[in-house]
Design a protein around this ligand. Structure first.
Ligand code: NAP
Ligand code: ZN
Length: 353
């Protein structure tokens, strides 16, 4: 479904697999904040684009060069599917920018997404992961973007033992950043958000303090909590263009600011120069994008199957049936107070789950 400004059903031919590719039929999928940003034109004009980039599915067909997957396999599809032959992949660790900035984000970026009867996956051998028997479809679905992106925020921030961490935004991405920070040995984790359900899950994943951005300046509240020292590292996973200057104000010298936030094409970001040590503070600003590929997802699935994390705490709403995709999407767009993440089972009914 979808075009900019209006989400509606589109009719398109069934995609076909090139020699290295696969065609997948989704069995469970989820809308994401990024789909809603695209719908509202936040990433520029788009037309006749099928939305969606988070899905688990069954392989419908594979190209003749695909070795590790076959028709009927249950697969976990990362939201970022690089062209593994591109120079941007060979030169980097993040695999996010294969032929151009964010070029590895094929769904929404350069082709139709996963909210369809069938969707196309490039470089199937490198981009798909098998669904393990001991991981539920809904837990695996959370690895495709929310867990991978939230964990990348903690990677970018280089979270280390005893670090004090500020996480701005505790939607599903920020919540996964909280969980990842705790797994990587953070000490204090200060989380910023207001929705009660998110606050409860943030505490569950390891947040030690909660700040409401509606009850005063975030940086001032952080300074109060840390006796004027600031935090070692700040992760930005929510808020608008102000979040970067807030992070610089709240982070101590030699700290790290790690953003996985989406900024609108019209946003202008600013740096408060005094808090940035007039350019000499060694406050490192790192902005990144979810890394891609099946091997990363396999590692995320390992964390789940070994009981290190339960990402299903993010799932607050379940829909059943292909025709319920618009309802789930609408919920994601409007963000009701009790929402973290909605998912849609394509061919299950409530009593069969
Ligand atoms: P979300 O559900 O909209 O959550 C946003 C969070 O930010 C909420 O906790 C919200 O608080 C908080 N917030 C809102 N306004 C704020 C403000 N002025 N100051 C501080 N916090 C504020 O978003 P999400 O799905 O978790 O995604 C987070 C961001 O990551 C989005 O920008 C999304 O597009 C981006 N993203 C990036 C990647 C990537 O690879 N880089 C991948 C996926 C998503 P409340 O509790 O009040 O709602
Ligand atoms: Zn997403």
């Amino acid at each position: 479904m979808a075009i900019v400004g209006e989400a509606t059903w589109l009719t398109k031919p069934k995609p076909t697999a090139g020699p290295l590719d696969a065609i997948v039929r989704p069995t469970v999928l989820a809308p994401c904040s990024s789909d809603t940003h695209v719908l509202h034109g936040g990433s520029g004009p788009k037309e006749d684009l099928i939305l969606g980039h988070e899905a688990i599915g069954i392989i419908d067909s594979v190209g003749k060069e695909v070795k590790n997957f076959k028709k009927g396999d249950k697969v976990v599809v990362p939201c970022v599917t690089p062209d593994w032959l591109a120079p941007g992949v060979q030169n980097s660790k993040s695999f996010s920018h294969d032929t151009r900035v964010m070029g590895s984000f094929k769904f929404l970026g350069s082709k139709d997404g996963t909210m369809a009867e069938f969707f196309h996956v490039n470089h199937a051998d490198a981009n798909l992961a098998k669904l393990p028997d001991d991981v539920s479809e809904e837990a695996a679905l959370m690895t495709t973007d929310m867990m991978s992106t939230g964990f990348h925020a903690a990677e970018l921030a280089d979270v280390s033992y005893g670090d004090s961490i500020l996480v701005i935004g505790i939607g599903p991405v920020g919540l996964m950043a909280v969980a990842a920070s705790a797994l990587r040995g953070a000490g204090r984790i200060i989380a910023v958000g207001t929705r009660p359900i998110c606050v409860a899950v943030a505490k569950d994943y390891g947040a030690t303090d909660i700040i409401s951005y509606k009850e005063g300046d975030i940086a001032e509240q952080v300074m109060k909590l840390t006796n004027g020292r600031g935090v070692d590292k700040t992760i930005i996973a929510g808020g608008g263009a102000d979040s970067l200057s807030t992070a610089i104000l709240a982070t101590r010298e030699m700290g790290i600011i790690a953003s996985v936030n989406f900024y609108d094409i019209n946003d202008k970001l600013s740096i408060p120069t005094l808090a940035w040590g007039l350019g000499m503070s060694h406050k490192d600003i790192r902005c990144g994008f979810c890394p891609g590929g099946g091997e990363r997802i396999r590692r995320m699935l390992e964390l789940i199957s070994n009981g290190r994390i339960d990402p299903t705490k993010l799932i607050t709403h379940k829909f059943y049936g292909f025709d319920q995709i618009p309802a789930a999407f609408d919920l994601m767009d409007k963000k009701s107070p009790d929402l973290i993440k909605p998912i849609v089972y394509i061919d299950k009914t409530p009593n069969k789950v």
